[in-house]
Ligand binder design. Sequence first.
Ligand code: FES
Ligand code: FES
Length: 154
Amino acid sequence: MSTTLRINGTPHEVDLPDDVPLLWVLRDEIGLTGTKFGCGVAACGACTVHIDGEAVRSCQVALFDVWGDVTTIEGVGAPDTMAAVQKAWVANQVAQCGYCQSGQIMQAASLLAENPSPSDAEIDEAMQGNLCRCGTYPRIRAAIHDAASMMKEA
Ligand code: FES
Ligand code: FES
């Protein structure tokens, strides 16, 4: 069935079965490959995107269940127009292999939208479902604190 998704502010008409996961739509149909496939069972967070600002695992949201506007890592900022959270990621050299990092940034962005000054414990709780095989957790935490400071100064 044909349906229209609004992704990063642009409408996309999609003609796929209703039960196709949003992750497949984003990567294979629209070509937004910044969102990564990790586990496919909501256990790693690599596929995290926003729907109406809420961080969701796109491997677990079927096309017919998409209830609002979708934002992917490509919609957060570009290299010359980075969001605070992306600038903080660069400043703290968070990424190692990088595979998990778009999901980490999307989760962090939704945390900061809800809580502009998260504590270490609040960061750990919000980020616990986003796994990083490279073990960048201390840098992620530092980058979230930096992003929170940047957003307050803006
Ligand atoms: S690929 Fe969706 S949570 Fe791992
Ligand atoms: S940076 Fe390699 S998995 Fe997280």
